[in-house]
Ligand binder design. Sequence first.
Ligand code: ADP
Length: 495
Amino acid sequence: MRYILSLDEGTTSARAALYNREGHRLAMASVPIPCRYPQPGWVEQDAAQIWTAQLDAMRRTLAEIDAQPQEIAAVGITNQRETTVVWDRRTGAPIAPAIVWQCRRTAERCRTLAASAEAARVTAKTGLVIDAYFSGSKVEWILDHTPGARERAAAGDLLFGNIDTWLIWNLTAGSTHVTDPTNASRTMLMDLATGDWDDELLALFGIPRAMLPRIVPSSGICGQMAATVLGVEIPIAGIAGDQQAALAGQACFRPGLSKNTYGTGCFALLHTGGERPVSRHRLLGTRAANLGGGAQFAVEGSIFIAGAAVQWLRDKVGLIESAPETEQIAQSVAHTGGVYLVPAFVGLGAPHWDAEARASLTGMTLSTGRAELVRATLESMAYQTRELVQAMEADSGAPLEELRVDGGAAQNNFLMQFQADMLGCPVVRPRDSETTALGAAYLAGLAVGYWSSVEEVESFWQAERVFTPSMAAAEREALWAGWQAAVARTRSQGC
Ligand code: ADP
């Protein structure tokens, strides 16, 4: 067996990658997936399109190096989390568009729930802040707004899954309906401590247990890819939500290690080992991938819009032609001149959790031009990350020693340097920044003995570049104060 195959279904694209025993990526292909925005704040995708894009990416990856399916030891799956699909158990057809994690359509419902008597118990059980981000209210919405869905769900005809579950269901020709604790911990339906679906939470959202996938370990054989897909059966042996997969791909398997991913959104995770975290600063308690032993936990800060703001500059404002060019444009000016973009396009995530806030651009003068706006957009990712890191430090009582980074926008050297300056600690970018796909490969490879131990995969991690802070403290804090004022102006009333 020569390879591990990783399927990485992100928000903007489905990717696949092949790895060898040294943990080197030999091939990778990507197929874009469109999003629809049918109403302000709503975000949808077509689940059938996600599946075909993933198949396409997988086939292209194999073709890139002429890899034979029988040479693949195992498959690992990683996915955009929380995105919700409900489908018919018999036909396999989705009954509604997939509701994407960023979608705010259930914000009102979540606000009511957050103000209710149950709120404290929901948060205590799940580790989550009550927000439209998580799957529970999205499943409820589909059941409430699709004619006949409640009856079909009660009769056991409908299945729910996040994208991991949806892909595995299709890869196994409808024979396997599973998820793992990292994905399940984002549904608001799982008890974080026990790792099982919780009847009280299910009742709260009116979701029958029969709709839910079985929760299996993140690393372990959970099914076989059907021979109809690639011609041979291949074990599916790893599952993790994208951010937890990235944590594994950054070799953060031990308490105290942390990473930040700069993709569509930004997600900082700090591994807390076997100890369930309780955040006092509005971060989330979540599951980290379990490697066969007991439950593993992490504390997480989630920012909804990071690289997506760069996409917005490109696609809606037309200020840039491509994301990478933002690096040079930002560097062409020494500062933004007091301009701040607070990218609350779909509200604000951690630590504010303000679903009603909307993006703002403040501090402009007649000398503000394209470069300042581009720079302010990049800087907004670094400021938002500092908010998360400060909350983590306040929770743990220990300063962050370094931040391991990955994701599309981590390739931006201006942003990474500004990030190190804003945090006052080193920012370390690994050689292979496709850590999400890599993490899923590790989980699958460890499960089938392709790699022998966690220590072995830890030894693969190598830094490509370290960004060390160089900004004077006074300048840093002045910029930071400006950001905080801009956020205060952006927050919705009453918060
Ligand atoms: P996802 O997995 O969420 O689909 P990726 O990790 O592929 O996202 O990152 C893509 C995001 O990063 C896009 O939103 C894009 O605008 C942004 N991005 C990609 N390259 C750069 C860059 N060089 N500078 C700034 N932003 C970038």
